[in-house]
Design a protein around this ligand. Sequence first.
Ligand SMILES: Cc1cc2nc3c(=O)[nH]c(=O)nc-3n(C[C@H](O)[C@H](O)[C@H](O)COP(=O)(O)OP(=O)(O)OC[C@H]3O[C@@H](n4cnc5c(N)ncnc54)[C@H](O)[C@@H]3O)c2cc1C
Length: 460
Amino acid sequence: MTKLRLAIVGAGPAGIYAADILLKAERNFEVSIDLFDHLPAPYGLVRYGVAPDHPRIKGIITALRGVLDSGDIRVFGNVRFGVDITLDDLKKHYNAVIFATGAVQDADLNIPGASLDGSYGAADFVSWFDGHPDVPRTWPLEAREIAVIGNGNVALDVSRMLIKHAEDLLPTEIPGNVYDGLAASPVTDVHVFGRRGPTSVKFTPLELREIGELNDVDMIVYDEDFDYDEAAKDAVASNKQVFVIDKTLNAWRARETGTASRRLHLHFFAKPVEVVDDGTGRVAAFRWERTITDAAGGVVGTGEIREIPVQAVYRAVGYFGSELADVPFDKKRGVIPNREGQVLRRDPSAGTGGLFNQQMYGVYATGWIKRGPVGLIGHTKSDAMETIKHLINDLGNWWRPESPSEESIVALLSDRGVRYTGLDGWHNLDQHELALGEAAGRIRIKVVDRDEMVAVSRAE
Ligand SMILES: Cc1cc2nc3c(=O)[nH]c(=O)nc-3n(C[C@H](O)[C@H](O)[C@H](O)COP(=O)(O)OP(=O)(O)OC[C@H]3O[C@@H](n4cnc5c(N)ncnc54)[C@H](O)[C@@H]3O)c2cc1C
């Protein structure tokens, strides 16, 4: 019987679901899967993106772990594609590869002052508060007033983490250095800015409601943003999500404020114009232009410029994928170009400007690196189904590797001195973190230092 030796690069939800779906799929060949990740711990953004005070979502790790524990997948953590292994290596040892490398960079916000001291990308802050091993241990939390730019759930996560009192985060799995940093923060006001109106936000109702329940935080919304036009009224009447969001915001308009020590302000119809320099290269203020809805359902500037003093700005305007060595990349969209998960390369005869329209046999993509950084964890499942369907149907076009044995890739990594961590390693690290947590009366305390993660995993 034919055997598919499959490499999956990226052990986030997309990579793990792809493995699971393939193992359970109807097929007339055997499967052997190796899952690589450059981090010593699996689960991608579920571990390093989802906020620590969202234990229900973090709990998806239990289901993902069940897939890894099924015994049919080998895990190689602490192995970076493009550094420790290359596409040529994979071609020598596997029939195909699926890239599930997600998106971890901040999308650019092209306004003057966006790179001043005190202007931060949301992705970097998220990595810090979730204990990502590759970001610095300390974060400058010196601002009293902060602007957060963006109207999606990441903007809400960032705002909530900034405004929430640190002791309310103690029961979660936040690392010790993150608790210490947040506990010393002098913040009093976080201002969230979105270009469109309240009925066009990308917040999910549950996340929005949650932010209004924070201890000792007043929610401030502004009456001028609620003078709805017909399209906005229609949206409230016809869309349940919008209805709940509108209801939540209006409930806050009616609330008494003034007693809390911290405030979270939501500003709508606010197009970012500039992060203002204090003269020494640091953030001094945030400037925006008031917008109105146009006939096409978008927004246009009114010319009215407003400014608010802030000492820090967080840009939560989206994530962006990273280019992988020898793999086609769409620099505009930050994704691997693909047709339903089949990776496409440029027509070689058309040069560098050619369209991505030729299938690159043996190479597939799934998750955020396939589709772009939008959608929830659950969406990566349907994504993976589509990709796996093509992988199975493409059997005649898989690579024909010269060393397909399972031992050969282990030998290659060992020869190169790569300190990879296996599934047992993850179990070691998991147990260690839970034990650290138990000793301190907390759910878990994450190990943040990469060397320490590797040493604990490898029981060195
Ligand atoms: C701040 C934030 C909060 C979120 N909160 C929620 C939420 O509450 N609920 C929800 O449903 N969704 C949430 N999401 C969305 C969710 O995280 C994504 O839908 C999902 O993680 C995408 O899965 P993925 O596997 O494509 O990418 P990722 O989860 O990013 O996984 C990619 C993996 O690839 C690895 N990798 C990258 N490059 C390489 C390389 N060169 N070599 C080897 N490995 C590599 C990475 O280490 C990572 O483990 C949130 C996202 C963010 C950013």
